[in-house]
Design a protein around this ligand. Structure first.
Ligand code: ATP
Length: 294
């Protein structure tokens, strides 16, 4: 079953483009990544899904229900962490969380306590006195306190230190094991790579690709680093399938996609002192997706 289904969703801000003809779906139980650079349209998509803004055209369903028509019903089952959190600074954390919990018809106090402990958040403090990272933690607890079926996170890790990011990812993995579906937007590819099953790549308001992380990584790209005994001609490895070729003194580096025997045959004809073949990271693969569209 699809928890989120987006069909040809377009949002214009007056004459300027927010998102154009976006279509993708998120299956039940998935951790789905939504990646793209700043201004690509991630927040616009998410804010439209939550009916904080309305589509110019196209439609989307969450839990099989239209996002505009059933927005208040749908929202009860969603935990949302916006990219920027704003609060009434004068409140204490625990009062804000209690107030947030009052929107759901269940007792969330036990879960608030657990989440605050996991995220090392002191709920007796005034929001005013909290650092940016601690304010983010308030947003995380606020988003998860009602044990939502769908968790939507817009750039969730900005402001969290590495230890807390790790803690937060473990928390998300637990939520996912409990049965929650997760949509996670980010411009940091390594975090998407670690957590997500599939990703949609967005650029300039349009979806460029929807792929399984494993396929993205496997896509047969290999990163070669070859150290040679003597200088080689700068065009020696300029053959089909080779990208991002760099030659520095006796070291040549490139990304390769294709029959690996072609490269091995080239290597066999020169004297090498070292050879490293490894997986490119998602960042490099991602760049190639972008280039292909340009
Ligand atoms: N309220 C608004 N009024 C006018 N244009 C907007 C508004 N909000 C977003 N935009 C524009 O829509 C486009 C998509 O922005 P959006 O914030 O959705 O991107 P994003 O991928 O979430 O990037 P970021 O990570 O920087 O927030 C951008 O060109 C942005 O300038």
């Amino acid at each position: 079953m699809n928890v989120i289904e987006i069909q040809n969703l377009t949002k214009m801000y007056g004459k300027s483009r927010g998102i154009e003809n976006i279509s993708f779906h998120v299956e039940q139980g998935e951790i789905f990544g939504f990646i793209g650079p700043n201004g690509a349209g991630k927040s616009t998509t998410i804010r439209t899904l939550l009916s904080l803004i309305y589509p110019t055209s196209g439609s989307a369903k969450i839990f099989g229900k239209d996002i505009v028509e059933f927005s208040s019903e749908i929202k009860k089952e969603i935990g949302y962490l916006p990219s920027e959190v704003f609060y009434y600074e004068n409140m204490k954390v625990k009062d804000l969380l209690r107030y947030s919990a009052s929107f759901y018809k269940k007792d969330c106090s036990k879960r608030i306590k657990e989440l605050a402990e996991i995220m090392e958040l002191d709920i007796n403090r005034k929001i005013d006195d909290l650092s940016l990272g601690n304010k983010k933690k308030v947003g995380i607890v606020q988003g998860l306190l009602h044990e939502p079926k769908l968790i939507i996170l817009d750039e969730p890790t900005s402001g969290l230190d590495p230890l807390m990011q790790q803690r937060f990812f473990e928390l998300l993995e637990e939520e996912n094991k409990r049965g929650a579906t997760i949509l996670f937007s980010s411009h940091i590819l390594s975090e998407v790579q670690r957590l997500c099953d599939r990703v949609a790549i967005i650029k300039d308001g349009k979806i460029v690709a929807v792929e399984k992380i494993s396929v993205l990584k496997e896509n047969n790209f290999k990163r070669f680093t070859i150290e040679t005994a003597t200088s080689i001609n700068q065009h020696y490895f300029s053959i089909p399938g080779v990208n991002d070729l760099e030659l520095k003194e006796h070291t040549v580096r490139f990304l390769f996609k294709g029959d690996i025997n072609t490269i091995m045959a080239k290597i066999a004809n020169i004297e090498i002192t070292n050879l490293l073949v490894d997986e490119p990271d998602l960042e490099e693969i991602f760049m190639h997706y972008y280039e292909r569209e340009e």
